[in-house]
Design a protein around this ligand. Structure first.
Ligand code: ADP
Ligand code: MG
Length: 380
């Protein structure tokens, strides 16, 4: 939807013009999976698809929120009642941001999201960050991007009640067109890494397997506990401080499962840094190999893949992808493939066929290029 269309929706819904419109994108993590909680590095990039927020300041304490994806139905609350614990549905992502940013004035907000919901592309962060960017401009709050990342994460953690890390919000706010964002999960420092796939005739294919296996919650907790247990046996703060030599020298004190989980964490952190080197040399062959190794490690050492994800990866590679891997927590969700633009249609067809042969639910596809982070689109 263009700026003029969301303006129209705003006017139809609230009977006034918005004061300003902001937007923030969804994201994909290129490499660095299941290592944020081990104080590792992650390398996400923003996708083209974004969520827009149009907002108007009011002269009372009423907040009205509507979303095109929720039939423009208006949710009305008083800003004084906006606190964690207030019951609600999707609008909690919006109200949580008003709460974490300390907003005390009434506003009308219209949302239009183009990030597919629940596909692992972080429509939730896109929503939060577009609202936060709109509020920061509307009230001239002057929060830095780092501060906005922490505030939007706090909204999702404490108001919505989802224990997410800070990666999604950081990249949605800080990403730059043609770059991936290296985020150090130990100190939250960031660095832009050139990732100009378009200039090299490539793009990222995102394959939403539409699979959801039951292990998600317990599986995540078990992986995290293994890494924490190994860190405490090795007497270090986190897996960040461990090398493969150290891990091997302690292997007799670890269970086989602990050793494998730890090996994923240690090798994945190295792969992220190797990927940064490969990208600075525009060596996409090497990037592809690292992406493949990441998948193998997630599948065999971390055991968080599933037949649908493995099928998506194998079919992409057979169709000529430079690299392919599962992304996100695992046990379902999405995979990515780094492909030549000319091979997009063939790759999609190959994956569709592989899924049909195995009688899996048909996957959904999105293509993307590394895009710009949150921005103000227009102001009255
Ligand atoms: P993901 O972030 O991977 O897309 P989540 O479950 O974290 O999945 O977030 C999806 C939720 O965010 C939706 O169920 C809805 O509550 C909210 N949401 C995101 N975008 C919109 C939107 N445009 N309109 C209304 N709600 C939205
Ligand atoms: Mg989310």
């Amino acid at each position: 939807m263009t700026v003029s269309l969301i303006e129209e929706k705003f006017f139809e819904t609230f009977g006034e013009e918005p004061d300003l419109i902001a937007a923030a994108p969804g994201r994909v993590n290129l490499i660095g999976e299941h290592i944020d909680y081990s104080e590792g590095f992650v390398l996400p990039f923003a996708i083209n698809e974004r969520t827009m927020t149009a907002v108007r300041i009011r002269d009372d304490s009423t907040v009205r929120v509507a979303s095109v994806q929720r039939h423009n139905t208006i949710v009305t609350v008083d800003i004084k009642d906006v606190k964690p614990g207030l019951k609600g549905d999707w609008e909690r992502y919006v109200l949580g941001v008003l709460w974490s940013m300390g907003i005390t004035t009434g506003v009308d907000l219209m949302i239009d999201g183009h990030v597919p919901l629940g596909a692992g592309l972080s429509s939730s962060a896109a929503l939060e960050c577009s609202v936060a960017t709109a509020m920061n401009h509307l009230f001239d709050l002057g929060f830095s991007l780092e501060q906005l990342a922490r505030l939007t994460q706090r909204a999702e953690n404490e108001y919505v009640g989802v224990p997410c890390g800070i990666m999604d919000q950081s990249v949605s706010l800080m990403a730059t067109n043609g770059f991936a964002l290296l985020l150090d999960c130990r100190d939250l420092s960031t660095r832009n890494i050139p990732f100009d796939v378009a200039a090299h005739g490539m793009e990222l294919l995102i394959i939403d397997t539409q699979a959801q296996h039951a292990l998600i919650d317990g599986g995540y907790a078990e992986r995290r506990a293994s890494c924490e247990s190994v860190a405490s046996i090795l007497n270090v703060k986190s897996m960040r401080d461990v090398t493969m030599d150290q891990l091997d020298s302690y292997c007799h004190q670890l269970t086989n499962t602990e050793y494998l989980r730890a090996r994923h964490a240690v090798t994945e952190m190295k792969r992220v840094l190797d990927c940064v080197d490969a990208l600075s040399n525009a060596d996409f062959i090497k990037v592809g190999l690292l992406i493949n190794q990441s998948h193998i490690s997630l599948r065999d050492d971390y055991s968080v893949s599933c037949p649908e994800l493995d099928t998506a990866v194998e079919a992409s590679l057979e169709a000529g992808a430079l690299g392919s891997r599962m992304v996100g927590g695992g046990f379902g969700g999405s995979a990515i493939a780094l492909i030549n633009v000319s091979k997009t249609a063939d790759t999609i067809q190959a994956i569709e066929k592989a899924f049909a042969d195995k009688k899996f639910k048909a996957p959904r596809f999105f293509t993307s290029l590394p895009s710009q982070g949150a921005e103000l689109l227009s102001r009255k």
